[in-house]
Design a protein around this ligand. Structure first.
Ligand SMILES: *Cc1c(COP(=O)(O)O)cnc(C)c1O
Length: 435
């Protein structure tokens, strides 16, 4: 299977090129040349399959040209061993919990799968692969956890000093082994600039194998399609149309859902739910895509003003906004609505949701107001609420218990190397330490 650029200028790439480079040279994003189809019995049996079985099946469809099935099964077994739970709240509304991984957000699926896949793709190479990641919090912790102990790969994480939450900082700086954290005296943009400079440094790249792990990598999208297929399977016996609301920022999670739908998974419609960063709902309304600087909100992992996966969504729908509207609706909600919704869901069902999931819930309710016929609504719950106690505690009127998985990091000792925003210093660090 080849991977094509959404800009159609760079030539199709192999799986190895697409995953290790992250992005084609023409500035587009990679998509599989062909979206394999699940048909007939493959669809009928989804309801009887476990999440792991579905992960095996779909990954084989996409990757078995490039990876022997026995290896592929091993990659999937060791990365997709995460719980996915559907929690029915009421007639017609369920929550899909995708936060049972080690960092308690759905990003664990993509990061873990990408780590094992990369490790396989560099086998036989005697040089170590170095992954550079700039993070404002969540992506870095999922990547750190996903790549921990993976042979042949070292991860260097750059985070802005004083600008990530104390618990996020612990998750970034206490892993040890092949994970090194750099505490940069600047903001997130400085971190990202340092990483970009390293990628543009051809001398450095000639000597060392470096790659990125950011959310545009196709290897992170693929495993996210598995839980959409699982959801469709679980909902198959219920009457009506399956509609899935996805709390969205860079729109990678929604794109994975659209890919599952394109494979033939029976999903009737999607709702792209955003916080006040509303370029996507505006685009659906006006047909005009106007990126702008992001606003800060309580659902901060969705504070994106120029969603990177727009390129993929437009490509999948031949840049026809009417066609996109036929499959996706979108609304935006502000912080007050987000908090009120957390409270409402807690009072009605004694279920605590995080601010991102709350935005997803609001989108689903908006959709249901004008839905025709019977709808089975599923809201993707992207993070555990205990990751956001400062938002959640005041509205539920008590302290949310912190799960052991998150608490354990707090007791560990922070280890980070301080770094200025000067590229020379960062380069020196890389050349001193890289294999
Ligand atoms: C990253 C993230 C999102 C947004 O996902 P995209 O794929 O960027 O749209 C939503 N919720 C949480 C908790 C996240 O960490």
């Amino acid at each position: 299977m080849k991977y094509i650029s959404t800009r159609n200028i760079s030539p199709p790439a192999s799986l190895k090129e697409a995953v290790l480079s992250g992005m084609p040279a023409d500035g587009g994003l990679y998509l599989p040349e062909i979206i394999p189809q699940l048909v007939g019995r493959s669809i009928d049996t989804l309801g009887a399959m476990s999440f792991m079985e579905i992960a095996q099946k779909i990954s084989t469809k996409f990757l078995s040209d490039d990876i022997p099935v026995s290896h592929l099964q091993e990659i999937v077994e060791h990365s997709m061993n995460l719980d996915v739970k559907l929690h029915q709240l009421d007639d017609g509304i369920a929550i899909l919990e995708t936060f049972h991984g080690p960092t308690m957000a759905f990003k664990d699926f993509g990061a873990r799968f990408m780590a094992r896949l990369m490790s396989y793709l560099i086998r036989g190479d005697d040089r170590e692969l170095t992954i550079l990641v700039a993070t404002s919090g969540d992506t870095g912790s999922a990547v750190a956890s996903g790549f921990l102990g993976i042979p042949g790969i070292r991860v260097v994480i750059l985070y802005p000093s004083g600008k990530v939450s104390p618990s996020q900082e612990k998750q970034l700086t206490t892993q040890g082994q092949n994970i090194q954290a750099l505490e940069v005296a600047g903001n997130f943009d400085d971190c990202q600039r340092l990483v970009k400079q390293a990628f543009a440094d051809t001398d450095l790249r000639d000597q060392h194998m470096i790659s990125s792990a950011n959310s545009i990598n196709i290897a992170r999208l693929l495993p996210q399609s598995f839980y959409y297929a699982y959801t469709a399977g679980q909902m198959m016996q219920k009457p009506g149309d399956l509609v899935i609301s996805v709390p969205s920022g860079n729109f990678g999670n929604l794109t994975a859902g659209l890919i599952a739908q394109r494979m033939g998974v029976p999903i009737h419609h999607f709702v792209a739910s955003t916080n006040s960063n509303d370029v996507f709902p505006k685009y659906l309304t006006t047909g005009d895509f106007q990126p702008r600087p992001s606003d800060q909100t309580l659902s901060n992992a969705m504070d994106v003003g120029d969603p990177s996966n727009m390129a993929r969504i437009r490509f999948l729908f031949k840049d026809d906004v009417k066609l996109i509207r036929s499959k996706v609706s979108s609304w935006s909600f502000d912080d007050q609505q987000t908090l009120d919704q957390i409270k409402d869901i807690y009072q009605r069902y004694e279920v605590i949701i995080d601010p991102h999931t709350s935005v997803g819930m609001l989108g689903m309710k908006e959709y249901l107001k004008s839905a025709k016929g019977v709808t089975q609504g599923v809201v993707v719950s992207t993070a555990h609420p205990a990751k956001f106690p400062e938002s959640v505690d005041p509205v539920i009127g008590k302290r949310i218990p912190i799960p052991e998985q998150l608490a354990q990091y707090l007791e560990r000792e922070k280890r980070a190397i301080s770094m200025s925003t000067d590229y020379g210093e960062f380069r020196q660090y890389l050349t001193d330490t890289l294999g």
